[in-house]
Ligand binder design. Structure first.
Ligand code: ADP
Ligand code: MG
Length: 699
């Protein structure tokens, strides 16, 4: 149960004065449905009303404040209501004309009484010699000047929601802030000279200058830390609960492993061996394994995953490998079959194309225990799929999975060890916030002997050269990927782009081009991708990253159109699709420069990094630096937690601190007891991490 002390914050925003259902919808868009959401929506700018130049000196186009006397009113001539109502005011140095469109004359007369002294503030413009201000933002009697805030916070707004309404709502929300017990350690607070939580929030909402918006301001740091700490503690609690789940003791006998290794034409890399020994230790232990195996495309995760599954098989149990698509499942099946040729292991594929009797036969074999390793998609967990003894689950490429989905999965495979593999190298900081509930192994070293991919950036005008180069590659019997970007917010546009490119390429290379895009039926998609996989299609035009997830060792050219629109991680991911065979490969990043023939700074930096490095982990760090955490990897679909107060690109060191702090906390006080424990529970509820608290109770 949420602590009562938080109730005033966990109340609907409609409880605030001036927030009816209509305004509530708008505020919900920029902040959220609850009062607590408003308190965590910090100003994104300030309005400075300190500038008071006098009417004669006021420059054009800036915001300024004046003390004036109202001299005369000039309503628009009758029948000419389109013309503005003008009010002429003066100060010691000259005149200013206030301009009102569509205003009610009574209202203006009342608001600007003739002869009265007023404080007005707003944007001024000069027309000819005349200084004008349209619709002053502030209009107060001069003797109430003190009521004017010299610095006003600016909040994120949306159409129909004015700054005034939002500011008023936030002020009311802040008035409800309860005094909460301190959850941070006193030495941490002292070291950083941080204010308390409430104080920090109040300060963050009342910046006194531009510095107050700086993410490194003390109040903002403190708030960011609270948010990061809540997230880290939640992850640690989940991890703690997971580790207590009874697992199976599966001591590897290495009998099958030795056979498989003996048949390999290569030796495992140091990194692969290390990952395997991490996995062996997990599987040998009584606790359940929940481990992430990270490594670039081509870093050799497959063999590691296979040997991990073989640990289960050596113990007479079963393993399952879940791929994100049926095609990838088929590919894994082919690969694993090859790696285990002549070795007594039953590997079986189960996909949607297995129907009727065939499917029944597979399911019977599975239930009877004839199948050692089952490969497929999420359908492997359909209700009619019963395992004889499932002890190990490998989930491939699930960087799109959030912590909740992972938990659901583990519940399906009772007591089974779980290994998640991802080909998306994630910067250390992001890994901490996303996979903090899992143990991690990284394959940072690549297998030897891989040819570097020749990476080039070309302006779109060189399209003809690219087509010639493709022609030569096809003549040599090689294959080509051609990726058109997904146009954000418009499936239709992205589709047209890909469709047009497809049509054009087909004119050059009849019968050799295939197309996949998100709007196709999956059967059609599969047909195209399979055609490419089998080598019938030589050029595959695609709109998205996932569709080109197939492994075609014969593909030697990756063309990325509008490369400037892709993030670094995506570019890297795409490039990883070539250079997998023994032939020299090329990645051509075609970019569209602006009218001046220029490329934006960030885009330029990205393409530059791509040309310089093929290290996915390094590229991921750069991506985070260039794009900020919100955008790296596409937060929406990737299961990254969404932060409101913290910014991972800015608060990297705070995150690391929070990680260490959370570990200590959960180690020393695993049930969050006593007065500090209570304060920490409040913190978790405050940031909506109550899921973790539930686990605390069941654990
Ligand atoms: P990933 O799954 O990480 O993308 P794979 O496991 O498919 O990478 O490996 C890519 C290629 O490298 C495969 O052809 C594989 O056989 C080969 N490979 C894997 N490990 C090694 C190694 N230690 N030495 C040489 N080649 C390796
Ligand atoms: Mg793989």
């Amino acid at each position: 149960m949420r602590p009562d002390i938080l109730n005033p914050l966990f109340t609907d925003i409609t409880a605030l004065n001036g927030v009816g259902p209509r305004i509530a919808l708008l505020i919900q868009k920029v902040a959220g449905p609850l009062i607590v959401d408003l308190t965590m929506t910090l100003p994104v700018g300030i309005i400075d009303r300190t500038y008071q130049p006098g009417t004669a000196a006021a420059p054009d186009g800036i915001r300024a404040t004046f003390q004036v006397r109202v001299e005369s009113h000039h309503p628009p001539p009758k029948l000419k209501t389109r013309q503005p109502y003008k009010v002429i005011c003066s100060d010691d140095s000259g005149f200013i004309v206030l301009i009102f469109f569509h205003a009610k004359p009574d209202w203006i007369e009342k608001s600007y009484p003739l002869g009265s002294h007023r404080i007005i503030s707003g944007k001024v413009e000069r027309y000819g010699g005349e200084l004008q201000m349209a619709h002053p933002e502030i209009n107060l009697p001069a003797n109430e000047a003190a009521a004017m805030p010299l610095i006003e916070p600016v909040y994120p707004l949306t159409a129909g929601l004015s700054g005034k309404i939002m500011t008023k709502a936030v002020a009311q929300a802040l008035a409800r802030l309860p005094d909460l017990p301190e959850w941070l350690r006193t030495d941490i607070i002292a070291k950083h000279q941080w204010p308390g939580w409430k104080e920090a929030l109040l300060q963050a909402h009342r910046p006194t200058d531009k510095m107050g918006l700086n993410p490194q301001a003390r109040d903002r740091q403190r708030l960011a830390y609270d948010e990061l700490l809540a997230n880290q503690i939640a992850l640690q609690l989940v991890r703690q609960a997971n580790r207590k789940l009874p697992g199976r003791v599966l001591p590897p006998t290495h009998i099958l492993r030795e056979k498989i290794l003996g048949a390999l034409p290569f030796q495992l890399t140091q990194a692969q061996q290390q990952a395997l020994s991490d996995i062996d230790a997990d599987m040998r232990s009584e606790n359940r394994m929940i481990r992430l195996l990270q490594g670039d495309v081509g870093s050799g995760k497959t063999i590691v995953a296979l040997l991990a599954m073989v640990n289960a098989v050596e113990n007479g149990a079963q393993a399952a490998l879940i791929a994100p698509t049926e095609i990838l499942a088929l590919q894994h099946f082919d690969t694993l079959k090859k790696l285990t040729q002549g070795i007594d292991i039953q590997i079986t594929l189960l996909t949607g194309s297995h129907k009727g009797q065939e499917r029944q036969a597979i399911l019977r074999g599975l239930e009877a225990g004839y199948v050692d390793i089952l490969i497929g998609t999420h359908a492997l967990f359909s209700e009619d799929v019963h395992y004889h003894d499932l002890a190990m689950i490998v989930v491939d490429e699930q960087h799109r999975f959030g912590v909740h989905q992972r938990l659901a999965l583990q519940e399906k495979g009772r007591r089974a060890d779980v290994l998640v593999t991802t080909a998306t190298p994630i910067p250390r900081t992001l890994a901490l916030t996303t996979y903090g509930d899992m143990d991690q192994s990284r394959l940072q070293e690549k297998p030897p002997g891989r040819l570097p991919v020749d990476t080039r950036a070309l302006p779109m005008q060189r399209l003809n050269h690219v087509i010639e180069a493709i022609g030569r590659a096809i003549d040599r019997g090689e294959q080509v990927y051609w990726v058109c970007p997904l146009v954000e917010q418009s499936d239709r546009l992205s589709l047209t782009a890909a469709q047009e490119r497809y049509d054009m390429l087909r004119r050059y290379f009849p019968d050799k081009v295939g197309l996949v895009h998100g709007k196709m039926k999956s059967v059609e998609k599969d047909q195209a991708v399979e055609g490419f996989y089998r080598g019938e299609i030589r050029i595959l035009v695609a709109t998205t990253v996932i569709e080109v997830g197939v492994d075609a060792p014969n593909a030697t050219i990756m063309v990325i159109e509008h490369a400037e629109q892709f993030g670094l991680a995506q570019l890297h991911q795409l490039r990883g699709r070539v250079g997998r065979g023994d032939k020299k490969s090329t990645c051509l990043m075609l970019y569209q420069a602006d009218e001046q023939g220029q490329l934006g700074e960030t885009a330029k930096a990205r393409l530059q990094i791509m040309r310089q490095s093929e290290d996915g982990f390094l590229i991921a760090e750069e991506d985070l630096r260039l794009r900020g955490a919100g955008n790296a990897l596409g937060t929406e679909q990737s299961g990254f937690p969404h932060y409101r107060l913290a910014d991972l690109a800015e608060h990297k060191s705070l995150l690391e601190m929070a990680h260490d702090d959370a570990r200590l906390i959960v180690q020393d006080n695993p049930k969050l007891e006593g007065s500090r424990g209570n304060a920490l529970r409040i913190l978790l509820y405050l940031f909506g991490r109550d899921e973790a608290i539930k686990r605390l109770r069941s654990g």
